[in-house]
Design a protein around this ligand. Sequence first.
Ligand SMILES: Cc1ncc(COP(=O)(O)O)c(C=O)c1O
Length: 388
Amino acid sequence: MQDKDFLMIPGPTPVPESVLLALAKHPIGHRSKEFSKIFSSVNEKLKAVAKTQNDVFIYTASGTGAMEAAISNTINAGDKVLSLVIGVFGQRFADIAKLYGADLEIIKAEMGKAIDPKDLEAKLAADTERKIKAVTLTHSETSTGTANNLKALIPLIKEHGALVMVDAVTSLGCMELNTDELGIDVLVSGSQKGFMVPPGLSFIFVSDKAMAAKAVCKQPGYYFCWNQAKKALADNTTPWTPNVSLVIALNVALDMMMAEGIDQITARHKRLRDILRTGIKALNLKLLTEDETASAAITAIYPPKNIAVAAIRAAFKNDWNIVVANGQKELLDKIFRMGHLGFVSERDILTGLTALEAVLIKLGHKCDAGAAIKAYQEILKESELCPA
Ligand SMILES: Cc1ncc(COP(=O)(O)O)c(C=O)c1O
């Protein structure tokens, strides 16, 4: 059916109507008082979402642009960088560091597993001369639906003294993350995920320590230069023409987020994840990631034996107008991924589960019809929403 598609991919995500309507308006000048007022409000709200006093710079670029800026503003050729890799996006951070000439070391986990803090501890302890300048890590690894335990990993990096650079593209605005409490030096995220806005903006939150690294960084860089961004920030604007319409739309989305409350948003994502995972298990499917390390934004699922990922995705799309994602790189055609981040409610998850069950039964999988929804009823019985 036309216009009926529902995105259950890990971004872009569904966009609320009020945000879409904001996008329909004429752009305004980015050097106007009107824009500066909106920009300043957006900055304050972004900082509230990330729980930080650090400056935030907004780029008209997708998340990868902010990842590149994290490296290009801080890492000189020859600097040692340690990258924690649990999937495609952790590897991307490592690849960018390498491209800028970093002396790169990697700790890599098996797909579907998070970094073991003991491995990080050992690696940092071996760096007796404190040569590692920065550690890059992914909070929610979108390619596997696995989340690293920031509370266990970051204190180890702080103890060592390296810069902490976190990719929070699919975790900020979805999962618990307190930038200042954890002491994150560089945090990157993007508009098309938990922020419920179309793709095109990315955010980078920068600590004083990261700014000090910028001061001695010799890498060339113009568009993404933090000094330029900081100077413009003093006038509540950006150094170059931003995507004004997206900034205005983001302001509307952030107002929605403030009204719901950040802690309530992360609680909602957790609950949606748990409902989805419980339903999937009730349908006799295997998940890639254990419950303890599951991202609250994306769930990666193995198809039943003898049923192709392509067939599942096609049935979702053709029968239900629901778009689910394939695996990426080494997990291509081995898993499918359902996104549940941003503008997503319990109704959407139940629709997704109902569709999943119908798709599987149609394709010959053996499971009890109604099992996923029955599992949901059990969750309801145990929750405050529906006391027995
Ligand atoms: C965890 C993670 N990091 C980085 C990126 C890259 O962001 P973008 O595609 O917006 O450049 C993505 C995109 O999905 C992501 O999920």
